[in-house]
Write a protein that binds this ligand. Sequence first.
Ligand SMILES: [Zn+2]
Ligand SMILES: [Zn+2]
Length: 261
Amino acid sequence: MKPIQRIRVAGALLCIVPALFLAARPGFAQAAGTKQDEKAKPVEATAKNPAEKPVEIPLTGITSANSARVIQAVAAIEHSVYRCTSCSKVKSEKGQCCGKDTLAEKQEVADDVQANADARSLSLTIRAGRSLRLSDLESALKPLEVRVDRDKLMLPAHFELTLAGLPSSASATELEKAIKEGGTIEPLASEFDEGAKHLAVRLHAKSAPATYQKVAELVTKAKASARIEDVTWVGPCPDCRAKGMKQAGCPKCWPEGTTRN
Ligand SMILES: [Zn+2]
Ligand SMILES: [Zn+2]
């Protein structure tokens, strides 16, 4: 029995691998085309390169009376990034680089902001190369007494978590390993901030997109002291935006300069 099963698996792989290459080919052909072509003819999305969807945020406290103000507040969100004046590297948290304090910069984040009071939700597109933090979204909505409904919040296929409650980089490594072993989300890259004691970790959902609650549970289960400090939705890079999808493994699909190990 066993050898036959192995042969079958190998056979299946041999079929899948060329299929993936074939599926990827049109994307690469398009990449060589002109920018006008890319805009006119979007590449067909595949399982590997899912089409980009607007970010959907469930809300509480949204009404037909305040939805215009909700849209206004969200469209006005600016993302703070911290640029090193020496090497120009951009970091998501305040700190030091090249032995000096980094300089704060503000960037607009959201496009196509729409609110639906009946569905109690908000949808938006994140600008190419920008990112949106849950904490910034919540601060923008707070004066309107509107809140993100975390119980219903779905996380996208690719996202970044800032995790707190980690005393050392060793505890951060342990947590990352436990998340990986949890099986539903996979850490792609991470960076431990020694000053803030925060672990920033880029993740992707291995099958179905995860709910915020499921991920929060997974983090606490992996390490009792750990908790989600923030969630970041990351916009595609300009190339992927032009194609209407985040391409699998695209190294540019993360905020400029936040290259992680
Ligand atoms: Zn620097
Ligand atoms: Zn990209």
